[in-house]
Design a binder for this molecule. Structure first.
Ligand code: COA
Length: 371
């Protein structure tokens, strides 16, 4: 009989890959992205800087950034047939499922699909980065029986994304905050969706397949779906005292509170959450409406006192998106769209230095004899 290898439920603490892309340094409390601290990046760099950093492994010169933005804009359009597919999906289709269908369908339009070389994968990543916001906005709109919306190339990448999901151009402050949320969501080491993408890529499957799997992973409440769940909770409570009561009841029933806890940070606040908390304060100040901020802070206090656990990014991104007027069902698709660049970087790295993922199990079933 084989000796039993040690079992790690949920692969907790298991190191599954070597990477130069990112690392959660819990000792120095830094989210390291290509060597830089993500929080510091988010204070002075925008989403396109991070796209360049993740795909080209360095921050761009200003002319390079302009060139890259041009390429992204030239990739905004998606095939009319894909818009047509969305028309045939039932209205009950979840936006993440619409997004998953759209990304999957894009594979058919890549006439170089079997090619996995670095330049081709990078080019494919830029194409996807151009198209994913369009897929997010129009899969949602068309499934909801709204007219499709055309990208506005006169706006910045983030402002156009905002425009396509809300139907209006953002103010400079809204654009800055939305862009910052994309930076904070852009890459985060090895969450379930990134692991999923790398597992799929490790079979030599293509980028579209890896991203399609990652959408499915990110949809779950324990992962990206948490941001939408947080907003539904806040809306249902609608006052500080009712929110406190709601959390106390959920904790009493041993339910998980969405937007709190993290496999890696667990007993510390996710530093990205702090950035979105500041953004929420800024938006509440401007709108002279502090209800959401006060509710969130009250929730934080309860969770610290009762469980000793802290908010993750989704807890504060949700009310920020609400204050920006973004429809709740698009919160997780936005997370995915921002994370597309991180996922592409990981798939490229996996393809460049591949070993098939194929773990083992502890078998707990019976052994039977066939007569
Ligand atoms: N609410 C209440 N308790 C929580 C909690 C939460 N959000 N997150 C963790 N805990 C508690 C667990 O009940 C458990 O307590 P116990 O030891 O007394 O049983 C302990 O903390 C460890 O939790 P566990 O679920 O084993 O940790 P994990 O590493 O598997 O889970 C998450 C990490 C993110 C899945 C988990 O924190 C969670 O479900 N959070 C809510 C969903 C969410 O916000 N997801 C987005 C993550 S970025």
């Amino acid at each position: 009989m084989e000796a039993k290898e040690k079992l790690f439920p949920g692969l907790d603490g298991v190191v599954a890959a070597e990477t130069k892309i990112s690392f959660l340094d819990t000792v120095q409390s830094e989210i390291v992205i290509q060597g830089y601290d993500l929080i510091k990046l988010s204070q002075s760099k925008d989403y396109l800087d991070i796209v360049h950093l993740l795909l080209e492994e360095r921050l761009p010169e200003s002319t390079e950034k302009i060139g890259m933005e041009k390429i992204l804009k030239s990739e905004y359009d998606i095939p009319a047939e894909i818009l047509e597919i969305f028309k045939h999906l039932p209205e009950s289709t979840h936006p993440m499922d619409g997004l998953r269908t759209g990304i999957s369908a894009l594979a058919g339009y890549d006439n170089n699909l079997d090619e996995r070389s670095l330049p081709v994968n990078k080019n494919r990543s830029y194409q996807l980065l151009g198209k994913v916001p369009n897929v997010v906005a129009n899969s949602y709109r068309i499934i909801q029986k709204m007219e499709p919306i055309r990208p506005n190339k006169s706006l910045s990448y983030s402002a156009n994304f905002f425009y396509m999901i809300t139907g209006r151009e953002p103010s400079p402050l809204e654009e800055k905050i939305f862009d910052r949320s994309l930076v904070l969501y852009s890459e985060h080491e090895m969450p379930n969706s990134t692991f999923t993408a790398r597992v799929i890529a490790s079979t030599q499957s293509d980028l579209y397949g890896a991203l399609t799997g990652a959408v499915a992973s990110l949809k779950g409440n324990l992962h990206g779906g948490a941001n939408e769940a947080v907003m539904y909770m806040l809306n249902e409570a609608d006052s500080v005292s009712k929110f406190e009561q709601m959390l106390e009841t959920k904790l009493f029933k041993k339910e998980k509170i969405m937007g709190f806890g993290h496999r890696v940070y667990m007993k510390k606040m996710d530093p990205r959450a702090l950035m979105m908390k500041e953004a929420l304060k800024e938006l509440c100040d401007i709108k002279e409406d502090h209800l959401l901020f006060e509710m969130c802070e009250a929730g934080e206090r309860i969770m610290e006192r009762e469980k000793g656990i802290y908010p993750n990014l989704d807890y504060y991104a949700a009310p920020v998106y609400w204050m920006l007027g973004i429809p709740i069902p698009l919160y997780t698709p936005i997370f995915f769209s921002a994370r597309t660049v991180g996922l592409c970087a990981h798939v490229i790295e996996q393809h460049a230095n591949n070993r098939l993922f194929r773990p083992r199990v502890h078998y707990t079933g019976e052994r039977r004899v066939l007569n």
